[in-house]
Ligand binder design. Structure first.
Ligand SMILES: [Zn+2]
Length: 287
């Protein structure tokens, strides 16, 4: 099945595919170990920064090799690629999924650039899934925010504009601003706008999946309700980074003599894998 078909089935069955970001081999192993254990397909994301650190061609080849060797299914996504050129570079390197994020640009420029990426991707391979984004998320970075995060109603995505954006760009997936924001906030509880999610789901063509960014730090109840209302794909990054860095700090504090890199990482991989397992479980639990 193509990603479009997979997400369509998830939408119908009120389940979601987890999207997890990586910036190194250990994070990739943790996610793929969880995917193998659950027998679930996962999406692996690399932002522009993560992709440049890892190498686009290199990460495509690495994931392909793991999937073949371990019998797991993982789809690599170019997450938040913020220019047409960067998106094209990912397509040329063999990414099966692209998120072109021109949400900071005016509406017409966002449509023109996103449409250009859809055309380029689908000319190369009609099965490449392209995601577009419309609306303003209050934060960009996958990190822990200390202060309060203010989500302004005027920044949220209007369902009618979403429908126009999707029709004119031809995207396969759509990322709205529905109360979500990137990262985790110590002083703000994430509150999703479920009616807006439902209205967006109703107005979009049914084969276009709704993607929720900034899943980290959102309560289980909120995420499950979002899935019920039509979200089929949820992004988790900060929770993995927090698990990774906490476990590594603890290991190094407990084992100051250790100098062998691969001996430092089993507990780190375990910590990240645990987060992925819990999230995949939550996203695929159909009740
Ligand atoms: Zn995101």
């Amino acid at each position: 099945m193509t990603l479009t078909q997979i997400l369509f089935v998830h939408t119908k069955e009120h389940r979601a595919v987890g999207h997890f970001n990586i910036s190194n081999l250990e994070m990739l192993r943790a996610i793929l170990e969880a995917a193998k254990e659950m027998g679930s397909l996962v999406m692996i994301g690399t932002s522009e920064g993560e992709a440049e650190y890892l190498g686009r061609k290199q990460i495509v080849a690495l994931i392909e090799a793991y999937c073949e060797d371990w019998g797991v299914e993982a789809i690599l996504n170019a997450d938040h690629h913020k220019s047409v050129e960067a998106a094209k570079a990912a397509i040329d390197a063999g990414y099966q999924s692209i998120h072109i994020d021109l949400s900071k640009l005016p509406f017409e420029e966002n449509i023109a650039g996103t449409h250009a990426v859809v055309e380029y991707a689908h000319a190369k391979d009609i099965h490449i899934s392209v995601e577009g984004e419309l609306g303003v998320l209050a934060t960009d970075s996958s990190k822990v925010y200390e202060g309060e995060i203010v989500v302004r109603p005027e920044d949220l995505t209007g369902p009618e504009q979403a429908a126009e954006f999707v029709e004119r760009t031809g995207v396969n997936r759509f990322a709205p601003a529905v109360g979500n924001f990137h990262g985790m906030a110590t002083h703000t509880k994430k509150q999703l706008d479920f009616d807006r999610i439902e209205a967006t789901r109703k107005i979009l063509p049914e084969e276009v999946a709704i993607v929720l960014h900034g899943g980290s730090g959102t309560s289980d109840d909120q995420l499950q309700e979002a899935i019920k209302r039509g979200v089929a794909n949820i992004h988790i990054s900060t929770e993995l980074r927090v698990a990774y860095s906490s476990a590594l700090r603890k290991f190094l504090a407990d084992n100051p003599e250790e100098t062998t890199p691969y001996k430092m990482f089993p507990s780190v991989i375990h910590a990240v894998r645990t987060v992925v397992l819990e999230r995949v479980q939550l996203f695929t639990d159909t009740n």
